[in-house]
Design a protein around this ligand. Structure first.
Ligand SMILES: CC(C)(COP(=O)(O)OP(=O)(O)OC[C@H]1O[C@@H](n2cnc3c(N)ncnc32)[C@H](O)[C@@H]1OP(=O)(O)O)[C@@H](O)C(=O)NCCC(=O)NCCS
Length: 403
């Protein structure tokens, strides 16, 4: 049967404010964070009849307890979507939500459904990294990977060994810039538009409202230089130049472009290509380099065509390794203009959609930019990259701008 691949668009994305693990969401269920995001997507897009949503993919790295029970299905039901709407769960560790997006986008492209929701959640307070895992002893016994590959901070120290020209001072300066860019973005009201506030209840203090991210902090190069290096004595990775341990959820609405136009849904970004690759697990942070090369190759683009980058800041060293590889300066204004995970937080499987939501907002502000990309490193040695086209792009705006 002849079949055409359809154009897929990112309609809208939202997220809860990200909390510190054990912080403002200590008494809030992970699935309630997802439900809040799905309901907000429906509220913000009233032209979308809920029964036109035909799939819900929600990622979580730890799929037990309140993140288990096929959370894509249960969260959809609890959010009030019709019982006829199916759902499923996804796990690709840090790239869970990114994989949820590319998976449902592929389903839309091949015509399996027209509109889908994709997102992710990680409540690292309720589900600490590695909870319940039982790695096959062969992984280490047969030296398939070095044991350090299972501790993400250690993989970042390993990466430092491979790229000695990336100094601790440079990673700290990058981390400080992330905090400063996020503070500026908050001050200018850039981040608030995609935050959905969450009612939280503390047994001692009662009800409250989570309205902003909990992790960003005022810091300085002097303070960052004094922090401990928990993953290696005299190492380089600290709580200041790494993403923290966080709680949060994201959700996005994707659609076939023709359906989006039929329903009057906004088109925030158009999917161009995506790529995932495996790399050595011991240095998982390099993953976004080959995944970006792959996504660019598939799209027929070069790195110079990319006008905006949303790179997940799992660790400053791995972002800097990416930038060095592609010849991009540490302070290039195209990169993470509103800061990144070092400041905002990285609730593992939710973060991919945060990158996309921020890129979508930036596209609207930059009609001179035609293409942008979202990329992240992934545990056990992988990278993921998604390239997007700006629907607001105009050739005349580009002539007056950079890209
Ligand atoms: C690095 C890590 C171990 C730190 O955890 P933690 O010790 O609970 O972190 P904290 O927030 O308590 O910070 C530790 C200390 O540094 C301080 N600190 C953290 N960030 C700081 C900053 N930007 N500026 C100044 N001080 C900072 C804290 O105040 C704290 O100080 P204290 O010990 O005097 O209280 C943890 O965040 C981690 O594992 N991060 C990586 C997560 C990860 O692997 N994600 C997956 C990526 S693939």
């Amino acid at each position: 049967m002849p079949r055409e691949v359809r154009d897929v668009v990112f309609v809208d994305g939202v997220r809860t404010p990200f909390g510190k693990a054990g912080g403002m969401y200590a008494h809030t269920r992970a699935d309630d964070l997802v439900i809040r995001c799905i309901r907000e997507l429906l509220r913000r897009n009233p032209q979308l009849p809920p029964d036109r949503v035909e799939e819900v993919a929600i990622a979580a790295t730890t799929q037990i307890g309140d993140q288990g029970l096929t959370i894509g299905r249960t969260a959809a039901l609890l959010a009030g979507l019709p019982k006829t709407v199916p759902g499923f769960s996804i796990d690709r560790m840090c790239a869970g939500a990114m994989t949820a997006v590319t998976t449902v986008a592929s389903g839309i492209a091949m015509g399996a459904y027209d509109v889908a929701i994709a997102g992710g959640v990680e409540h690292m307070g309720r589900h600490p990294m590695g909870e319940g895992v039982d790695p096959n002893p062969r992984i280490v016994a047969e030296k398939l990977v070095d044991p350090s590959a299972l501790v993400m901070g250690s993989t970042a120290e390993n990466l430092h060994d491979r790229v000695p020209h990336i100094t601790k001072q440079r990673t700290d300066a990058f981390a400080l810039a992330s905090q400063q860019k996020t503070a500026k973005a908050y001050a200018n009201g850039k981040l608030q538009g995609d935050l959905v506030s969450v009612a939280i209840r503390d047994p001692e203090t009662g009800w409250g409202l989570a309205g902003v991210d909990e992790a960003p902090r005022d810091t300085s190069l002097e303070k960052l230089a004094t922090l401990k290096t928990p993953f290696r004595p005299h190492g380089k990775v600290t709580a200041g130049n790494a993403a923290g341990l966080n709680d949060g959820a994201t959700a996005s609405l994707l659609a076939d472009e023709a359906t989006a136009r039929e329903l009057g849904l906004p088109v925030a970004m158009r999917l161009v290509s995506y790529g995932y690759v495996g790399v050595e697990p011991e240095v998982m942070g390099v993953g976004p380099i080959p995944s970006t090369e792959k996504a660019l190759r598939i799209a027929g683009l070069s790195i110079d065509d990319i006008g905006l980058f949303e790179l997940n800041e799992a660790f400053a060293v791995q972002v800097l390794a990416f930038l060095d590889h592609f010849g991009i300066a540490d302070d290039d204004p195209r990169v993470n203009p509103w800061g990144g995970a070092i400041a905002i937080g990285h609730p593992l499987a939710s973060s991919g959609v945060r990158l996309m939501t921020q890129l979508a907002r930036q596209f609207a502000e930059h009609p001179e930019v035609r293409y942008g990309l979202t990329a992240m490193c992934i545990g056990i040695g992988m990278g993921g990259t998604v390239i997007w086209e700006n629907p607001h792009w105009t050739a005349s705006a580009q002539e007056g701008g950079d890209k």
